[in-house]
Design a protein around this ligand. Structure first.
Ligand SMILES: Cc1ncc(COP(=O)(O)O)c(C=O)c1O
Ligand SMILES: Nc1ccccc1C(=O)C[C@H](N)C(=O)O
Length: 409
């Protein structure tokens, strides 16, 4: 196949020049760094790049630790999970203050919120989830269902798509206690209609718990106005919190008085330093906390929250759509024989796409060796996850051209 590489590069440069968010790229480590061995990073939805401001924030946090020592807890750290939670709530979740906290992994928060939610629907017997939800969601709910003697009702989805409204409508009944779905599917990138599915669940008297790992920081979210009950999400993807940075949990204000989670640690107790007998949940969202929060782990994400606030989540989404659209177009042009295993229409597509080809397991290894970093998802998916604030169109082109070369196109 003959493609004019120069023309492609020119077109990518034109897109970059017209990108209103182009200046943000230089605020990240590694982007356009000649010393880096990475020439195309397309895995921002597994682990976002570090911001330069994060280095400063971590250094400052260590200085605070060193200078303030144990006093740091009273002065700032006890509040930090809730302070950052409120920032996440206001900038990327559409959540008023007092409903979001940061701590634990997404996996652990899924467990805590699912158990708490199920206790609010006694007598109901089913948890609704889908067959292509992220493994940890499926495994956690399998465990919870076993513990409580509940049934799982699986919505079977095409891995190239996701949970459509009609399928949700069919699965959710008066037996449903809780619906647990991903807003953006980890494999296909399918963007579920969270507002409409939440309404369907509520009409049936059920509660919803959304996994926002792949949407937070890339797709606009309006938890309060969608009337969502519960949500969790990762902070190490589009919020650039760093490897293993703690997740966030959202509990709608209307549930906070009755919500009880199962890991009754002292840090979620009313007045923990009273060290008194018996667990009494703290007021408000603090009751989601169990043990001592990972303060150093939650420092880095703050700079990306600031950047998203400055850019506006609407502009972030616009760039994200243009990037995935560009990747889809390049696939058509440069990768004949490769199937797009993601929604083609932007209204149902999140921030990443997956391509499908039998050679991709081997191809991924060769790409990583040459500094082109997408992700492989079994059985034969190559997942491309650009980050709107740090990925350029030129970088995306370098990636797709390398895939074409490795496929011998
Ligand atoms: C949709 C989704 N849920 C949950 C997780 C898991 O979160 P963790 O391993 O941080 O608990 C991930 C990614 O790891 C994910 O993509
Ligand atoms: N936390 C990780 C640690 C190691 C490797 C990948 C991850 C991911 O986050 C994967 C991501 N959740 C996914 O959607 O595939």
């Amino acid at each position: 196949m003959t493609v004019d590489v120069h023309e492609l590069q020119q077109a990518a440069a034109t897109r970059d020049a017209a990108d209103p968010l182009r200046e943000y790229r230089s605020l990240f480590h590694g982007a356009d760094d000649p010393a880096s061995d990475v020439v195309s990073y397309l895995d921002g939805n597994s682990l976002g790049r570090p911001t330069i401001a994060a280095t400063e924030a971590i250094t400052a946090a260590v200085a605070q630790w060193s200078g303030r020592l144990i006093r740091g807890w009273d002065e700032q750290w006890m509040e930090l999970p809730l302070t950052i939670g409120d920032r996440i709530g206001s900038v990327v979740l559409g959540a008023a203050a007092g409903q979001t906290t940061v701590g634990d992994s997404t996996t652990v928060l899924l467990y805590k919120l699912a158990r708490g939610a199920l206790a609010m629907r006694p007598g109901r017997t089913e948890i609704v989830l889908d067959t292509d939800n992220f493994p940890t969601d499926r495994y956690v709910l399998e465990g919870v269902a076993n513990e409580l003697g509940l049934d799982l009702r699986w919505i079977t989805v095409d891995p190239a798509s996701g949970v459509e409204l009609d399928a949700a409508r069919e699965a959710i009944t008066e037996r449903t206690a809780l619906v647990v779905l991903s807003h953006v599917a980890y494999r296909s990138g399918y963007l579920a209609d969270a507002e409409a599915i939440t309404r369907v669940a509520h009409d049936a008297g059920a509660l919803v718990l959304w996994d926002l790992c792949h949407s937070v920081g890339s797709v606009p979210i309006e938890l309060d106005s969608w009337n969502v009950d519960f949500a969790v999400g990762c902070t190490y993807k589009y919020l650039n919190g760093g490897p293993g940075s703690p997740a966030f949990a959202y509990v709608a204000a209307e549930h906070l008085d009755v919500f009880r989670q199962p890991i009754q640690g002292w840090m979620g107790r009313r007045d923990p330093f009273e060290m008194g007998p018996g667990y009494v949940p703290a007021e408000g969202i603090r009751r989601v906390v169990s043990g001592t929060p990972a303060i150093l782990g939650m420092v880095a994400m703050q700079s990306t929250i600031d950047l998203i606030e400055r850019a506006g989540i609407g502009a972030v989404r616009e760039k994200s759509v243009l990037l995935t659209e560009y990747l889809i177009d390049l696939t058509g042009e440069l990768l004949p024989g490769v199937r797009i295993a993601s929604p083609v229409g932007a209204e149902r597509r999140g921030g990443h796409i997956t391509l499908d080809h039998p050679a991709f397991r081997d191809v991924t290894q060769r790409l990583w060796a040459r500094g082109v970093i997408p992700d492989f998802r079994a059985p034969q998916g190559l997942r491309l996850g650009p980050s709107p604030l740090s990925t350029s169109f030129a970088e995306a082109l370098v990636g797709v051209r390398a895939i074409a070369e490795e496929l011998g196109r």
